[in-house]
Design a protein around this ligand. Sequence first.
Ligand code: ZN
Length: 423
Amino acid sequence: MTDPLSPAPPASGPPPTERLYWTQPQARTFTATVTAVNGQLVALDRTLFYPEGGGQSCDAGTLEWEGGSAKVSEVQKTDDTVWHTLEGHPPTVGSEVTGALDWARRHRHSQRHTAEHLLAQAFWRVNTAFGVRSVGMRGPECTLDLAGQPGESHVLAAQALLSEMLREGLSLETLMVPADALAAYPLRRPPQVSGQVRVVLFRGPGGAIWEASACGGTHLPTGVQAAPVVVLKTERVRNDLTRVTFMAGEEAQERLSGVYAQAQALARGFSVGIERLPERVAQLQNELDDAERRLTTTHRELASQALKQATWHRVAGGEAALVQPADTLPDLPQLEHNELVPYLLELAARRPECVVVVLAPDGGCGVASSLPQHSARTLLNGWLAQSGGRGGGRPELARGATERPSDFMNAVQAWLDALPCSQ
Ligand SMILES: [Zn+2]
């Protein structure tokens, strides 16, 4: 990403920059002359630094000159000039500089990019409907957005095809081709540039072209240097667009080793071999589901008991009660008293002609009402106003939490005491 605070390169000015990253893709250092300086931005007559573009992040590294040096943190291209953003004082125009790439970074980017070409080609060969719409290679998890809806069988087929070709051997060739001569190459996508077009080929055994694209990025000399290429997942972005997430090379190896180590630690914790981990997790999930079902049944039974033991006040049209599970079921731990609130309200809501107020020790509270003259929501909000807290709901059922449970209880008790008796 471009730093929004970086000054913009001037609209016109310095001569084009010779792209050494195309002509000397394996070189790590170079010398050049400064052709323009604008704030922290420096243009050179030639550079190895790849500018951000085509889904690939820019190179980074250092520039050194007589009496100074600076880190290159950002590289962008405007027209044919490459601008290097420096951290620190820039050299003056005309200075001779020596540039050095952060090679590990360049290598990672080239690995991702090489893998992107080869995986895209493999999908295309599985089905030409799976054309590339866009690519993202700015992080270790790269993406290919493909047209159509490749499924699991297509992913397996593309990975198998790619593995076979990596085993057979694929080697890189890049060349500049006039736009009107491009028909000689089986390009996957029509080029987006005119004039001289940079064509990237990967040739298989016997020199046959296996992959051909118009591309300005950096790549590795052989396909196998991008291995392993691993598809992590696919997801439907839109009806006709599928995102394939993949990793390549050392980044893929590190990720897979890390995931394996985690799986191994889990398996050890469960005292099973790593191959039995899915089975063990499924078994635990079943046990958990079963325990949750039994707990729900127990909670419902306890709630039913608490409701039965409540002191009921007779009111016009029915009856009313305040249920405090901590009072009616004192032998239960407090945590369970709090857990009972939703079950009590669920049961109370099904009981005809009554108003039930529930209050747990942690302040969890609610009201269920089947009497139209008493709105659960209005009652609850009134008591919460007196005891602090928040809540809401419908006229039949409202839930909340009070800050001061004893004040809430007193307010409810006062309301119950003031109710006219129907006897
Ligand atoms: Zn490329």
